[in-house]
Design a protein around this ligand. Structure first.
Ligand code: BES
Ligand code: MN
Ligand code: ZN
Length: 389
């Protein structure tokens, strides 16, 4: 069925009574996603696109399907954003998209955009160390979704939004560097979740924070060995400018403390090492909080957007030791996904926190190169479970 929708069919009617209840949501979401195309830059548009899908059931599934449709729409937002090339999608473009989304849902969303001057004022020098090599200024964008008016603490989602990652002065090899336009997929997924929340009007408070920067080499770029002070006051020796995700994230993770979060989840295409460890099937989940980790793991099962838990133990922390600063920004050749998580852990001690390394699952490579929109389904299911209490 999936294949038929993906290739030829423009309209379909399906009787879904035979589908097991436990997989129904994932099945319907997968059907809806099959018709996705990104042909914005194709002179000849794809002629057959699924335009309608009718589901027949003996049960009233309207509420359930409305939620899945909202997830699907959010996932499309994430895919469209991540698929945009980096000459179109740079930090300011991300800010414009956030403002445009808020204009569509003025009663639900509030957007704030910080520029370099404001980030300098706040002392966010690890963030700025990444974006200062680029002609495109970085932006820290927050979207506040108020689905509940009881003043309850929000869940805060922090997305890595590196709109292009050349590696900076520690420049990457040429092969497949084009795929580094997907290095803002974490931020794109957070934007997708905000859209899905507005569509589904889930009764919960959520803040999305997009850490948007372009990592470029230039005469103004950060050099290996440079030392900077983070917003938290901790100093970092930047040994490899290609380990930039953790640098934009750590200042953002300090900044969002002002929202008094119930829990914080960061979503990032953070390490090639995570792909080595887990392949492209499952995202890495890192958290010192067993309950939060279990919530995310079970949410991932429901919509088949799965995560696998990895350790963030103290034993690894010494790998980040630096002779000149409080820490280095790399942890050596072994356990790279873990040492990256351990770096973030140093900035998240004051609240409940989990980190998702989506480097392997954010996009597919090769002939069908494109963004997946993961983990929008996982995050929406997690928030749905939280909203239901
Ligand atoms: N964006 C990359 C991670 C990545 C690699 C995502 C491949 C998707 C596919 C990240 O910024 C990076 O370059 N990480 C380095 C860290 C290293 C320098 C410690 C890596 O994984 O090689
Ligand atoms: Mn990098
Ligand atoms: Zn990166």
């Amino acid at each position: 069925i999936y294949k038929a929708l993906n290739t030829r069919v423009s309209q379909a009617t399906l009787e879904i009574d035979g589908i097991a209840d436990a997989v129904l949501d994932a099945f319907v979401l997968s059907l809806a996603n099959a018709a996705y195309r990104f042909d914005a830059y194709k002179s000849k548009k794809t002629d057959s696109k699924l335009s309608s899908l009718t589901l027949i059931s003996s049960q009233d599934l309207s509420d359930r399907l409305a939620f899945i449709l909202a997830v699907h729409q959010g996932q499309n937002v994430a895919r469209d954003l991540a698929n945009q090339p980096a000459n179109i999608c740079y930090p300011e473009y991300m800010a414009e998209q956030a403002l445009a989304l808020a204009a569509q849902y003025p009663d639900l969303l509030t957007v704030t955009v910080l520029d370099h001057a404001q980030m300098t004022e706040l002392g966010m020098h690890t963030f700025l160390a990444v974006s200062k090599g680029s002609e495109r200024e970085g932006r820290l964008i927050t979207l506040e979704y108020s689905g509940k008016s009881d003043g309850s603490q929000p869940v805060v989602l922090v997305g890595k939004g590196v709109t292009f990652d050349t590696g900076g002065i520690s420049i990457k090899p040429a092969a497949n560097m084009d795929e580094m336009k997907f290095d803002m997929a974490g931020a794109a997924s957070v934007m997708g979740v905000m859209r899905a929340l507005c569509e589904s009007r889930l009764p919960i408070n959520v803040v999305g924070a997009l850490a948007c920067a372009e990592n470029m080499p230039s005469g103004r770029a950060t050099r290996p060995g440079d030392v900077v002070t983070s917003m938290s006051g901790q100093t970092v020796e930047i040994l490899n400018t290609d380990a930039e995700g953790r640098l934009v994230l750590c200042d953002t993770l300090t900044y969002i403390q002002k929202f008094n979060p119930a829990a914080v989840i960061d979503i990032a295409t953070l390490t090639g090492a995570c792909i080595v460890a887990l392949g492209k099937v499952v995202a890495g989940l890192f958290s010192p909080d067993d309950e939060l980790a279990a919530e995310l793991q079970s949410a991932g099962q429901v919509l088949h957007d799965r995560v696998w838990r990895m350790p963030v133990w103290e034993d690894y922390q010494e790998l980040l030791d630096s002779p000149v600063a409080d820490m280095g920004n790399i942890g050596g050749p072994y356990g790279g996904a873990i040492t990256a998580a351990c770096f973030l852990a140093r900035f998240t001690k004051d609240y409940r926190w989990a980190h998702l390394d989506i480097a392997g699952v954010s996009h597919v490579s090769g002939a069908s190169k494109g963004a997946t929109g993961r983990p929008v389904p996982l995050l929406m299911q997690f928030l749905r479970q939280r909203a239901q209490g």
